[in-house]
Design a protein around this ligand. Structure first.
Ligand code: SAM
Ligand code: SF4
Ligand code: SF4
Length: 334
């Protein structure tokens, strides 16, 4: 019998944060005003080793996980990440992908592909230098990320998904130019509603641009039609351009929550298991790994945690829940 939680949701996806460090300070994730550039990062020995990540990944696959996404922090900042990819890409039958801010892709894309990565998601919030500089917090030039996308394309990490978090009053004016840029290129642009993750971004509901408004903006210029999800539990609502120039998606986690189909577990860079992006408590798997637990023992604990899961934060979000203490996104990954 397949593992299911209290709402009957299977465990299908595992997001693994390989580092809590990042070379950006995005306003919605690790705003510079909070700690400057010196966030209280984990020490090297606190991070899971590649062997520990690989071991846990195989245990999760044994429990039903079919898709693994490496994330962070910025995953390309983890030294020798290619070695981890080589290890994980040997696990039979899994769909292995990565989410990156793209800044290091120009010189890393080929190595990632050679290590077994098949496709990639790149975050990019605007094509406008000033707006992008505001969003990434460190004036990082947009050209570098565009070069990264080109590099990923050139080595065949396809299809490339481009993630754009939309924050009202900051980059909502970039929605149409992003759609124009990535239409007709085989890349899939995905607009993400700004979420109240973590405790540092000062999230307010009036800064969220609803997915329906985003779709209307694009549809006015380039007519769209809704299309079916690719698989059960896909969080993205898909649309295709009626003129056949490709597809876009929206992740409407605030205005149209999808907790009922949420099949995702998250593993932090120090080996803590979270069953929800908005969780305030979690299970320490590193302690088990380092104290000699067997694979079966660890699998039994993960299965027990999942089978007792009842998370549905986005369905019960309110101004009060937005103020509850939560784990930072850079720590458990998006
Ligand atoms: N550093 C990598 C990157 O930016 O792609 C991977 C980690 S990042 C935490 C993963 C994803 O979470 C990114 O696409 C980012 O835009 C998204 N994200 C971060 N904070 C968010 C927020 N407050 N609301 C919505 N999405 C957010
Ligand atoms: Fe870094 Fe990604 Fe967070 Fe931006 S969203 S600060 S790139 S981890
Ligand atoms: Fe899944 Fe939690 Fe997000 Fe709901 S709020 S979709 S349970 S991660």
């Amino acid at each position: 019998m397949r593992l299911a939680d209290l709402q009957g949701r299977p465990l299908r996806d595992l997001r693994i944060s390989v580092t809590d460090r990042c070379n950006f300070r995005c306003v919605y994730c690790m705003p510079q005003q909070i700690f400057g550039v010196d966030y209280p990062f984990l020490k090297r020995e606190e991070l899971l080793t590649f062997e520990e990540i690989d071991r846990l990944a195989r245990i999760f696959v044994g429990l039903g996980v079919e898709k693994i996404r490496l994330t962070g922090g910025e995953p390309l900042m983890r030294r020798d990440i290619e070695i981890l990819l080589e290890m994980l890409s040997c696990i039979p039958g899994i769909d292995l992908t990565m989410t990156t801010n793209g800044s290091l892709l120009p010189h890393k894309a080929r190595g990632l592909r050679d290590a077994g990565l098949k496709r990639i998601s790149v975050s990019l919030d605007s094509l406008d230098h000033e707006i992008f500089a505001t969003m990434n917090g460190l004036e990082y030039p947009v050209e570098r990320v565009l070069e990264g996308i080109e590099a990923a394309h050139a080595v065949g990490l396809m299809p490339i998904k481009i993630n754009m978090v939309v924050k009202r009053g900051v980059n909502d004016g970039s929605i149409l130019s992003m759609a124009s840029r990535f239409r007709n290129r085989g890349h899939i642009l995905r607009f993400i509603e700004y979420m109240d993750v973590g405790n540092t971004n000062g999230w307010r509901l009036d800064e969220v641009v609803p997915a329906s408004a985003i779709i209307n903006i694009v549809d006015d210029q380039y007519p769209l039609e809704a299309i079916e999800p690719n698989y059960y539990g896909e969080v993205v609502r898909r649309y295709r351009y009626k003129d056949g120039r490709g597809e876009i998606g929206v992740v409407a986690s605030v205005t149209q929550p999808f907790c009922a189909d949420c099949t995702r577990a998250r593993l932090s860079a120090k080996g803590t298991l979270y069953t929800c992006l908005f969780a305030s408590s979690a299970t320490d798997l590193r302690e088990l790994l380092r104290s000699g637990a067997t694979d079966d023992e660890i699998a039994a604990i993960v299965a027990s945690v999942w089978s007792q899961r009842s998370d549905r934060y986005s369905e019960i979000r309110s101004p009060d829940t937005a103020r509850m203490p939560k784990v930072e996104m850079s720590y458990i990954g998006g």
